[in-house]
Write a protein that binds this ligand. Sequence first.
Ligand code: TA6
Length: 300
Amino acid sequence: MPSPLVRTALPPTVSLEAGEGGLPRLAVANATARALVYLHGAHVAAWRPMGHEPVLWMSRHSSWAAAKPIRGGVPICFPWFGPHATDKGAPGHGFARLLDWTLVAARDDDRGATHLSFELTPPAPPPATWPHPCAAACHVTVGASLELALEIRNTGTEPFTFEEALHTYFAVQDVRTIEISGLAGTDYLDKVGGTTLRNQGPAPIRFTAETDRVYVNTQAACTIHDPGMRRRIVVRKSRSNATVVWNPWVDKAQAMPDFGDDEWPQMVCVETGNVNVHAVTLAAGASHTMTAAIDVAAIA
Ligand code: TA6
């Protein structure tokens, strides 16, 4: 089925199909991995490298509709993170994940990976919450690793300041048994019960309650150690100074209609971003590209 959102020939590893809710999606099946990527939000909804269980988590209760975010996979947060600073009616985490992106390039490489490039032209006329001329691109590499590059371009004549995040949901056996390393000694904004500046200290992150933390001044790779699934997941990044770690736990999960009450133990978010104090100011005509690379390895 052709789609105006696909403006390039597809390699044999990529097929366009009707996904959940009838939303168009690209199914990638190559020698190294399987993936599903929706044009809605240029949203990587699934990734399974050969020899492993699915790495990304997806709620069984997710919405699949034009004006709704997808609950799981890799939502793209842009041009703000969390609630809008002044307009409470504006969509949380910005509009990028709610809009249709266009596939402009698709190719296989000689290492068994598939490269997809998506472009977003923000709504015209621009919303009052974001009057800045800009464009966004997301380059996705589906292979033994999952790589995403979020490119923001200032196409106007004035600088603007934006926030961004690749809000990645990872599948885990039980969040109460995992540890996340890589952020020892790092300051973070604890967003549970207000916003408090704390420090991680020497210990890895463990989960015993709702956890919603913006780790700041960090370019570190993070590792999710998951004994239940006998694997570790490594998240590397570039041009990102913040890492967000989130699990809603019981009450917040129950409060979200697109999140099953019993689903919170099976997921954790480790998000690559530039948010809060790390918002990016982009000069007219400039561009900024943030990357995340995800790998998974079996452990004994
Ligand atoms: O990244 C953590 C967070 O900012 C949490 O505060 C929670 O709101 C989560 O994002 C999910 O946001 P969403 O708008 O997708 O429900």
